[in-house]
Design a binder for this molecule. Structure first.
Ligand SMILES: *[C@@H]1O[C@H](CO)[C@@H](O)[C@H](O)[C@H]1NC(C)=O
Length: 265
């Protein structure tokens, strides 16, 4: 519940930043974010393999948000929760099986609060109909989070999401407990938790505005600047999303393209 509240606060900040940016954008210069390391991923990876893949996912996300805007926050949170446990490999999507009765999905940080699984299923079905066996569930999760931030921000947050991730075959609830920061973490624990994934505390600030960040003068300034400088928040949010979506990705022979996102092949 605390986690959900934190997410809603950060989305409210997104909306505030977006509104401020719209009003003041005329005077703002363009900021070019540094190219984040994307670990073998490529922008337009499906350009030849499945030309409409990204557009198909975007259409499904648009329809889902039209029905229920709240699911957008769920899709952004899903990327975060997927990437922090076994890397961005769709391990969070796997359903329990007799051989693996406790996948990540059933861990307390995800169950019952994580939302949007049916949107990923719908996107996968649509993409499979166009190009069977080509587009990974892990890439669909990343595209869907990118598209959700686009729609939630009224198109202010718009960016290319590198792709080429493979889907993992391992999902263990106890690993989700090891890596997803609980709402009770203090600032030092959050910094260490993000550093372990090669991410900065700024990335955390961009994802979940947390009371512990506002309690420290240095990070409180960062959170306030995020909300007050036109375009600042959006530019960093884009970079943070791309960085987060590159955590421990599988791109070689250590993964597969799942046929169904809820089960390994
Ligand atoms: C999940 O992780 C726990 C703790 O590391 C381990 O004891 C358990 O065997 C793992 N389960 C599976 C199915 O690998």
């Amino acid at each position: 519940m605390a986690r959900l509240a934190a997410l809603l606060v950060s989305l409210a900040m997104l909306m505030a930043a977006v509104t401020a940016a719209r009003v003041e954008r005329a005077g703002a210069g363009f900021y070019t974010p540094p190219s984040p390391s994307t670990c073998g991923l490529k922008i337009g990876y499906y350009h030849d393999k499945c030309p409409h893949a990204e557009a198909i996912v975007k259409g499904v996300v648009a329809a889902a948000l039209h029905r229920d805007p709240g699911v957008g926050a769920g899709l952004i949170r899903m990327l975060f929760h997927d990437c922090f446990v076994e890397g961005c490999d769709a391990s969070v999507l796997l359903d329990p099986t007799p051989a693996n009765p406790q996948p990540e999905k059933l861990a307390p940080p995800n169950n019952p609060s994580l939302r949007g699984f049916e949107v990923i299923d719908a996107a996968k079905d649509a993409v499979e109909a166009a190009c069977p066996g080509v587009v990974s569930c892990a890439d669909i999760v990343a595209f869907a989070a990118r598209d959700a931030s686009f729609f939630l921000s009224d198109s202010r947050v718009s960016f290319d999401m590198p792709s080429g991730r493979l889907d993992g075959r391992y999902s263990n609830a106890s690993r989700a407990l090891d890596f997803l920061p609980p709402p009770t973490f203090n600032l030092g624990q959050l910094v260490a938790n993000f550093a372990a994934k090669g991410l900065s505390v700024e990335t955390w600030a961009l994802f979940t505005s947390d009371a512990s960040l506002l309690a420290s003068p240095a990070t409180a300034k960062m959170v306030v600047d995020n909300a007050n400088i036109p375009g600042w928040w959006e530019d960093r949010f884009k970079t943070a999303m791309v960085k987060m979506a590159a955590v421990e990705v599988k791109t070689g022979s250590n993964g597969e393209i799942r046929r169904h996102c809820r089960a390994v092949n």
